[in-house]
Design a protein around this ligand. Sequence first.
Ligand code: SF4
Ligand code: SF4
Length: 211
Amino acid sequence: MGSVTEAGDFTTWLRAMLAALRGDGESDVPCGSCTACCRSAQFVHIGPDEKDTLAHIPSQLLFAAPGLPRGHLVMGYDERGCCPMLRDEGCSIYAHRPQACRVYDCRVFAATGVIPDQPLVADRVEQWVFRAGDDERRAVRAAASFLADHPELLPTDAPAAQRALAAIKVHDLFRGDTAPVMDDVRRRLRAMRDPSRPRPQPGPGQSSPRR
Ligand code: SF4
Ligand code: SF4
């Protein structure tokens, strides 16, 4: 491992992450000068209710989001894989950035051990080191391993972010020494896939100001 970056107290981080995923708050990643996720050829989801964000992105950069109801859009990336709103000094619409960027937190990969699909993000993730929260960390890792061993629950070729978030969301079923009840895990994952509740997936995004 190269340089090390303090990822914070694990229990505090996990609570905040779960709240952000419920739509209750934003991630607060100490990104520093990193812009890896904004330079990783990712599509950013923007929901129909994100009026302020939509008002700050040129319409020619937005496209209908595949598989989601009408009104859900995505913003693409340029020929270098960079978000078109990224500038040398950082996100040019930081105060108006999409919800997907507000909840994105690459520490989910460090927490779960899932390898990100984007090499730049993977390099960044290697630097995170959490403090404390050993029991919860074990539960999160156990959930990620369980899902990796059960592709019938979640395909192993699903996006890494989806696999990491799934492990976070079901981790409480893996606390203690008792084996999880398969149906409980299945039910929880099914609820995550409810198409009537499209959620911002962790796409590119910067979660804390560094500018
Ligand atoms: S969230 Fe994105 S910008 Fe922030 S540290 Fe992670 S990869 Fe870098
Ligand atoms: S935070 Fe989001 S909108 Fe801003 S540059 Fe990064 S990916 Fe683009």
